[in-house]
Design a protein around this ligand. Sequence first.
Ligand code: NAD
Length: 402
Amino acid sequence: MQVTVLGGGMIVHDQILPSLYQLQRQGAIGEISIVSQRRRSLRALAEAEGLRRAFPGQSFRAYPSLDGDPDEPHPALYREIVSAMAARNLVVMALPDPLHFESVMHALASNQHVLAVKPLVLTAAHSVEIEKAARERDLFVGIEYHKRFDDRSLMARRRYRAGMFGDFRLGTACLLEKWYYRHSNFQNWCTTENSDAFTYIGCHYVDLVHFITGLMPVSISVYGLKDNYPNGNEGYLWTDARVIWNNGACLNVQNALGFPDEAPGTNTQGLTMYCSGGANGAWLEHSDQYRGLRYCYTARPAGDGATTFAEPSPDYFQYVDLGGPGLTPVGYGYRSIDHLVRAALRVEAAPAGARTRVLAEIDEAGVIATPANSRFNEQVIEAGRISILNGGREEKIRNPTD
Ligand SMILES: NC(=O)c1ccc[n+]([C@@H]2O[C@H](COP(=O)([O-])OP(=O)(O)OC[C@H]3O[C@@H](n4cnc5c(N)ncnc54)[C@H](O)[C@@H]3O)[C@@H](O)[C@H]2O)c1
């Protein structure tokens, strides 16, 4: 299977490309191409020291080619490259949110399987269109919610579904990114009229509570506090969301671009759920930021947000030395990409007449997020935006197919 990645930004560098290189090393996939808007990002990927050390001798085909003006924009090149792919290969879409719908529809129209970063799209109606276009051609569309592949999420899911926690009642979750994010490109797009802290990162824990419990969200209210970015733009940089579920349970989700830069860890995040069953209460608590490691280095390492005192996560994505060649990526970031790519391979390996059934099995299993089984995420984002723009009023979650 040939793989074409759309976009060459942070998530491609940190998680997607190294995971694809590892799958290529194992012989699971063939050539990797990356199409990005500007050569500058492609060069940064080609020259990245960490990737070169981990994957000596491996490379990707760059579109546009690496030689030439680094900042000349090529906004429509991905359409050309995807149109020219041989049918029924894989497009990995890692573009900014507003380009998701158009690029995924183009990949499907070009007869390609799709692995999409979250959020798939920003409206439930668009997710319905994607599902329909994929079904017409028996193509796989998987959405990369990597927290699902954290073993602790899978442990909680099995135990909750075996009845060990009873019924979810009240919960709190938080994910606060560091303050320095305000200085990045966020200040140009994550502004009050386009997005907010909940829309950007709240979806992870809404998705996870569904993943663990199987419950569906029915209403939401999002209260947002506005702050100014360094460039003067205004954003809802602190948000507090209250999500009500179809068994009456209530989840409170706090999000912000506001965790102190000097604090250890790249952010702070976690989930607590209080439940009831029979004559007892039940409780689940995940610290998703502090994973038991405390390091204090002799000096501050390079990189945004790095601190001398650190609490690194061994669980999301690390390179380990297993004796070579190079280094081996480990963690749920890698496992998530591995699982999604292998699902596309499984669909493609099935006889033409059996693909509809394989796709239905993937939807049904509910481990991989697909348009059909995770549309509640788009519904929550849509209703959450209406709520925050109206001072936090409660909004019903609407199903576009009702
Ligand atoms: N936890 C997660 O699951 C997670 C984490 C980070 C990012 N993401 C998602 O991944 C996506 C990308 O995020 P990022 O942080 O890598 O952003 P980024 O800004 O670092 O990268 C985006 C890339 O897309 C490229 N691009 C923009 N327009 C293009 C076009 N027309 N054609 C080709 N390339 C184009 C840019 O040049 C850049 O290389 C977003 O949707 C984001 O929400 C998900």
